[in-house]
Design a protein around this ligand. Sequence first.
Ligand SMILES: *Cc1c(COP(=O)(O)O)cnc(C)c1O
Length: 225
Amino acid sequence: MAFPGLSDRLETVRAGIADACRQANRDPAETTLIVVTKFHPASLVAALAGLGVRDVGENRHQEAQQKAEELAQLGLNWHFVGQLQTKKARQAARYAHAIHSIDRERLVDALAEGDRVIDAFVQINLTDDPGRGGVAPADLEPLAERVLAAPALRLRGVMAVAPLEEEPARAFERLAGYSARVRALDPSASAISAGMTHDYREAIAHGATHLRIGSAITGNRPEPR
Ligand SMILES: *Cc1c(COP(=O)(O)O)cnc(C)c1O
């Protein structure tokens, strides 16, 4: 199946990342581009793999599981970036290379004894609304400690979504501070998962290592199925 413009959009984003890294005096090799393919068909993920994409992101367990199964032979790294129900956690850990949405201790406990080790990002809520995804900054250390103690999780760092109502640069500056707090617990947990279609340049300027970019590459998302 052909996806007109996909290759051009991917190249544009790759060039944008390289440019933002240059401006921030950073090596683009420090960044991982995760193409968020939620709601798009597996055939689009396969097309991306044909263009050299290795890391893809999904935010719904059932959809991610189906695509990961269908495309297993491609050997892609599947990044789970959405809210994860505790009762689905063990299943997600079977196909996920990384889970970016670790936001509560019960979820850590559900993943702690899995039989393969997966990368874990602690998601931080950058808003004052407790209803949004992510742990409150005040509760960051105990949650990170819990991940560090979980045999089947490797703590990579922090993750966040910039709030709609704030300048992304300011939000990512705070996130860099939370990242430093996690690094104080484990110097190797230095990754920062941040930056989407509209704010990845600001995220790169503030140290993001894992960029989760969807629509700038895939085009507009179809309605959720
Ligand atoms: C959908 C999604 C993205 C990608 O969003 P775009 O604006 O399409 O780049 C990144 N992170 C998370 C958590 C998402 O749910």
